[in-house]
Design a protein. Structure first.
Length: 260
């Protein structure tokens, strides 16, 4: 089989270090809660090789790259319909997985945020994610309130998942090497089925707060709640990065009361 050529427009950087691949695959630790795993963007299968060796999981692969898909078809004929040629971001995950599952991958850096939002949209069934992202994105997801990296993704992810920054990966372990370091994180679904507030308003509040992160929330949230309805709640005089996930939940509940 001829090797797959990495395509810049797809953000492909193929991992070549088998030890790093093993560390990523070994990051799947909650298999008592699921049996199916979807690998996104397997490329030439350095993670897939190890996933398919595991007896505790059933592996599915999806790749948007037709060349990769045909390569993997030849390499893993046993997969059949568990090998999918398609766009993960457009995939109806509920049509494939009827039970809880996990997601794993060396993700294209140009769609990192969309991948994470897709996981959040399917949070009721995605119970674990182990993924490699650009290091600054991985750090942003794991950062805490009061730091410059703390933002929309940090709050939304940490509302529903426990997050661990596992390790850093240098550019030389890829072909072609990216221009930045990479970071591997694990998301483990927490016990929060639904937030104790209006979840749509929570998302809207978090996004509005950070979209104007230098302003106080009294100004940043004026498109969510008119200023004349805001009261003396101390959260309004803080900036978004100063609020914890629990604070945002509390603020969202308060906004609901103010708009009744």
């Amino acid at each position: 089989m001829s090797l797959v050529k990495a395509k810049k427009h797809l953000g492909q950087h193929f991992l070549t270090d088998k030890n790093i691949a093993a560390k990523i695959v070994n990051g799947l630790v909650h298999t008592d809660k699921y049996k199916q795993v979807l690998e996104v963007g397997p490329g030439m299968g350095i993670l897939s090789d190890l996933l398919l060796e595991r007896k505790d999981i059933e592996t599915y692969l999806i790749d948007i790259d037709v060349e990769s898909y045909h390569f993997l078809q030849q390499k893993y004929p046993q997969l059949g319909e568990r090998l999918i040629n398609g766009d993960f971001l457009a995939l109806d995950l509920s049509a494939i997985f009827k039970e809880k599952y996990a997601i794993i991958g060396n993700f294209p850096y140009n769609i990192s945020s969309q991948i994470l939002f897709k996981i959040l949209e399917n949070r009721q069934n995605v119970v674990e994610m182990v993924g490699m992202f650009q290091k600054e994105v991985a750090e942003r997801c794991a950062s805490k309130s009061g730091t410059k990296d703390y933002g929309i993704l940090s709050v939304l992810i940490q509302a529903y998942y426990d997050i661990e920054y596992l390790f850093t990966v240098k550019p030389g372990t890829f072909n072609p090497p990216p221009k930045v370091n990479s970071g591997v994180i694990r998301l483990s679904r927490n016990n929060v089925e639904t937030l104790p507030c209006d979840e749509k308003l929570f998302w809207r509040t978090v996004k509005a707060g950070f979209n104007q992160r230098r302003k106080t929330l009294r100004n940043a949230l004026s498109g969510v709640v008119p200023k004349d309805k805001m009261d003396t709640n101390p959260f309004f005089d803080k900036r978004a990065e100063q609020l914890s996930v629990a604070n945002f939940i509390e603020l969202t509940a308060h906004l609901t009361e103010l708009t009744k």
